[in-house]
Ligand binder design. Structure first.
Ligand code: ATP
Length: 400
């Protein structure tokens, strides 16, 4: 029915060995395999230049894969024009037509679908008896109203983009994608021009929209918080390659390598070089004094023995900061460098260091907001050993 925006066909999106090498030799996307099932909200996340936009543009048909195969709904689309792929893309810069009203912006794609001017003239002549010319103006108006109501922009229909706030423009851009009822939606950093509060609101709306529509959505962002909150699945990219695909929880709790571990999570995971000691039940940090007891099992699991080097990773929330006391069983000694209250928690930056060489490392610890520490204060760190990650110092692979 014309006012339904839920009727849709299967739209799993599959990339097989997809690469994009630019004429100057830049390998923007390097043999990417990615499977996005119908109805999934997939977020591509990674630092600037990692190839996420190029990947999205290839799915949209705005850029050509130089290798590999892209299919949408079981149909290989490599050689299809963007307009024939039945997907809608929402950009960071909104890309609204400045001279058109919101109503015209929303209905533009549908009016295009009515056919070109010549075709419409011809149709009008051919169907002059019935007066029917494909998507009727009434259908278009109904669809525009339905979508405008859903996004709360009905009162803005007669305005032009310059008369709208950033958030309202963003909504119109979203509405324009919605009226087309595509099988999949692609988003390229659509919220990055909005202020923090509005981003939060729009994120929630997008998520809700996805729940309602159940459509496949592929969303590109460099913001890992956005990725964690929006995605059913997250694909973490670096240097044109996908480093890990998983649910937000999987990627956060079981990062496959040091890059993913350091990129996902804020403040980021701490990494310290270490050496296995004792009978394999403790590690000594190369950059500090003190050792940390670890589960023997853990070192066996990671197949590292006494004398082996590894990189120990722990999140700021997996470490406790305590004041040294007599009879303490020896945490890692540190000095408070900086205290950053965030309201619901406080980040304490501490400096580790061997007195002998003056070298050291900074570690971030997340503590309860009522805990008070002062710069210069001597403290000890207690690591939650069940939440320590171990990485290969050369390859960065998670050893577990
Ligand atoms: P950002 O978050 O900054 O938008 P991104 O992850 O989306 O980054 P892409 O825009 O996909 O990254 O770019 C991937 C790589 O390809 C970058 O190194 C970029 O410089 C390069 N690149 C993009 N377009 C071209 C081009 N037309 N010619 C050559 N190199 C390009």
């Amino acid at each position: 029915s014309p006012n339904s925006i839920a009727g849709r066909s299967m739209a799993d999106v599959v990339l097989r060995g997809v690469s994009r090498v630019f004429p100057d030799g830049t390998v923007a996307v390097d043999a990417v395999d990615l499977s996005i099932s119908d109805g999934q909200f997939m977020v591509l996340v990674g630092p600037s230049g990692c190839g996420k936009s190029t990947t999205l543009r290839m799915i949209a048909g705005l850029d050509q894969a130089t290798d590999g195969e892209i299919s949408i709904g079981g149909r290989v689309v490599n050689s299809l024009l963007p307009k024939d792929r039945d997907i809608a893309m929402v950009f960071q810069n909104y890309a609204l037509y400045p001279h058109m009203t919101v109503r015209q912006n929303l209905s533009f794609a549908l009016r295009l679908r009515q056919g070109g001017l010549l075709k419409r003239l011809w149709q009008r002549v051919a169907s002059s008896k019935s007066g029917n010319d494909g998507v009727s103006a009434k259908d278009i108006e109904l669809k525009v109203r339905t979508v405008a109501a859903k996004l709360g922009i009905e009162h803005l229909l007669e305005r032009r983009p310059r008369e709208l706030s950033g958030g309202e423009r963003q909504r119109v851009a979203l509405g324009r994608a919605l009226v087309r009822e595509p099988v999949a939606y692609l988003f390229d950093e659509p919220l990055s021009n909005l202020d923090a509060r509005l981003r939060l609101d729009m994120r929630r709306e997008l998520k809700q929209l996805h729940n309602e529509l159940g459509s496949t959505m592929i969303y590109v962002t460099h913001d890992q918080v956005e990725a964690l909150t929006l995605g059913d699945q997250i694909a973490v990219m670096q240097s044109g390659r996908i480093q890990q695909v998983g649910s937000p929880q999987e990627v956060y709790e079981r990062p496959r390598n040091r890059f993913v571990a350091g990129f996902i999570g804020s403040p980021p995971m701490n990494f310290l070089e270490a050496e296995v000691q004792g009978d394999g039940t403790e590690v000594a940090f190369t950059q500090s004094e003190g050792t940390v007891a670890v589960d023997r099992l853990a070192t066996e699991k990671v197949q590292r023995g006494v004398g082996d080097r590894l990189v120990v990773g722990f999140r700021p929330e997996s470490v406790q900061v305590v004041r040294p006391s007599a009879g303490s069983d020896g945490g890692v000694p540190a000095v408070v460098a900086l205290v950053e209250p965030l309201g619901d928690a406080t980040i304490v930056h501490v400096q580790l260091g061997k007195k002998t060489d003056g070298l050291g490392a900074t570690v971030m610890c997340k503590v309860a907001p009522e805990t008070r520490f002062d710069p210069g204060e001597r403290v000890e760190l207690k690591l939650d050993r069940s939440r320590i990650h171990y990485f290969d110092p050369e390859t960065g692979q998670n050893l577990e």
